[in-house]
Design a protein around this ligand. Structure first.
Ligand SMILES: [Zn+2]
Length: 493
């Protein structure tokens, strides 16, 4: 049962000075319910969407929402809070009942979640001053955006030939919405909340895909942040930071890349168990229908696959967002490069499936979902934001993306060996990079040359100097060396 807490008081303090238009709408709808003279409408927030329906009894509504109205801060969206609160309880149950090594997960009812309007943070975990509680807050537009993202990906399909297929015509309809999503997160414009679409809602298949994918994104995002608490990262970080710096401003990251990998892996695990739990509920609900072992296996796998889709879709979406800012990673970055996080997650999935054929089959299915994101990305009208004082940023972003995604298939050692060889080769060269490209055939794998060509194109006019590219390569080497070290030192048994 939700009770008053220091963490929620502190959340109210953090939200002071902001207004949540979403909460205002929720309050207004609630008034209509609680005061029958205002109309016979029921606020039914289902899967993050608000429906106004004719209502004849308020009991259900009052039971599920009254407790939140009384306890949570006035600027906190109730539906967001409810989703996060319920998911957290579910995670705790999964750990307690299903995790083999539950003693390695420090679950607790002293942790609270909320959302905040902010332009510069994605998520933050902090100890609540003068208490033993912790608060985890998410950037509200980012959290909100998961609903729109899952919508675009699910709505852009059609059921044909007995399977769900990507459909260009459907996708094209939602380009403006996808752009709104990007603008909402990158430019802090208001996103549509309680977004709904009748056409998709009336299509049972697409609407249930939407709900499930939204669920999968929520589970991974919440699971990742909660993991920083569960795995005691935040406590370790507090010990490292002098109290004079004010621990209440502690960021969720700890400059320790391992913690991010650990949080991703925990987020994926929690997400998988959340969907296995869903599968068991579906099975129990349909206990009169006898499913064969094979049918049960297929249904279970489909649920697990959803968790993989949500986790990888979120990380790829992060990469898409970063592409508009040309985010460059270095060894001092707070997080490891997003593509390396994707590589690590793929590695974890491979380990757990432990059969190459099954892994390829599953990943093929997962990438059918990711490809829909790529389609929206490549057709987006959003323009990258290039600071005028650094025209090489887009080239470096392309270079890093090309090199880091090598880790999907190859080891740190192999990629670093190629990088050292290329650096040594180029360090003796002068002039423009493009002039030296022909000679690079044989020095690096052919796939790298494609990256370089793309990079030259991105830099318009091929003016990129060899010396500059050497510095960029040096940066990639630093990142991969740090990453290799981090995995060597911390790889779990
Ligand atoms: Zn993190």
């Amino acid at each position: 049962m939700l009770k008053k807490s220091k963490a929620l008081e502190y959340l109210a303090v953090l939200q002071t000075g902001t207004t949540s238009p979403k909460r205002q709408l929720e309050d207004q709808l609630a008034q209509n319910v609680l005061n029958p003279s205002l109309g016979t409408r029921k606020l039914l927030i289902r899967e993050g969407q608000a429906f106004e329906e004719t209502f004849d009894q308020t009991t259900e509504y009052i039971n599920s929402y009254q407790q939140y109205f009384e306890i949570i801060p006035p600027n906190q969206s109730i539906s967001d809070f409810k989703t996060m609160y319920e998911l957290k309880i579910l995670f705790d149950q999964c750990i307690a009942n299903k995790f083999d090594k539950k003693h390695e997960y420090n679950y607790s009812d002293r942790v609270y979640f909320g959302t905040i309007e902010s332009s510069n943070l994605n998520a933050l975990i902090m100890p609540v001053p003068e208490s033993d509680e912790f608060l985890i807050i998410f950037n509200r537009p980012m959290w909100e955006g998961l609903q729109i993202l899952s919508f675009c990906i699910s709505a852009s399909t059609k059921y044909q030939n007995e399977s769900v297929e990507f459909d260009h015509d459907e996708a094209n309809k939602y380009f403006p919405l996808f752009n709104k999503l990007l603008e909402g997160i990158l430019l802090q414009k208001e996103l549509p909340y309680f977004f709904s679409d009748n056409e998709v809602l009336n299509d049972q298949l697409r609407s249930s895909m939407w709900t499930q994918l939204h669920d999968a994104l929520d589970a991974f995002v919440l699971g990742h942040e909660y993991a920083h608490f569960l795995r005691s990262h935040v406590m370790q970080a507090i010990k490292l930071i002098p109290s004079s710096m004010g621990i209440h401003r502690l960021r969720s990251h700890c400059y320790d890349w391992w913690m991010e990998y650990d949080a991703d892996m925990t987020g994926l695990d929690l997400s998988v168990f959340r969907f296995i739990d869903n599968y068991e509920k579906v099975l129990a609900k349909n206990s009169t229908v006898k499913l064969s072992d094979l049918e049960q296996q297929v249904l279970r796998n489909r649920h697990i696959q959803l968790a993989l889709e949500g986790s990888l879709l979120f990380l790829y979406f992060l990469h898409v967002l970063e592409s508009f800012k040309y985010r460059i990673f270095s060894k001092t970055s707070t997080h490891p490069p997003t593509l390396l996080r994707i590589a690590a997650l793929r590695g974890q999935i491979f380990q757990q499936i432990s059969n190459e054929k099954t892994y390829n089959f599953v990943m093929n299915e997962v990438y059918r979902v990711i490809d829909r994101l790529f389609y929206f990305w490549s057709n987006s009208s959003m323009l990258p934001n290039i600071p005028s004082d650094n025209t090489n940023l887009s080239a470096e972003f392309t270079l890093q993306s090309g090199i880091f995604s090598q880790l999907f298939e190859r080891s740190h050692f192999d990629v670093l060996t190629d990088l050292y060889r290329l650096r040594d080769f180029l360090s003796k060269k002068k002039g423009t990079f493009i002039k030296n490209m022909v000679e690079m055939i044989g020095v690096v794998p052919p796939s790298w040359l494609e990256v370089f060509e793309h990079m030259n194109k991105r830099n318009k006019g091929d003016r990129l100097d060899t010396e500059i590219v050497c510095q960029m390569l040096e940066n990639c080497i630093d990142v991969l060396e740090k990453n290799a070290e981090c995995w060597q030192a911390r790889r779990p048994q």
